[in-house]
Design a protein around this ligand. Structure first.
Ligand code: SF4
Length: 54
């Protein structure tokens, strides 16, 4: 999969991650939140994440 130069990502456990360079390989991603009122970076999530199968 080719990396998307616009999306840096360090989540190595995601099947869409280009592990050697820490880029996402999707054309676009959806970011969301699991909080009612997000206030800090930890409140946000990549909703395009899919766990890498072992
Ligand atoms: S889908 Fe989200 S979590 Fe997965 S590599 Fe892309 S940006 Fe990272």
């Amino acid at each position: 999969m080719n990396k998307n130069n616009s999306i840096k990502c360090s989540v190595q456990q995601c099947k869409f991650n280009n592990n050697s360079e820490s880029y996402c390989t999707l054309n676009e991603i959806m970011i969301g939140t699991h909080e009612k009122n997000p206030t800090v970076v930890e409140c946000t999530d990549c909703q395009s994440f899919k766990v890498k199968s072992s």
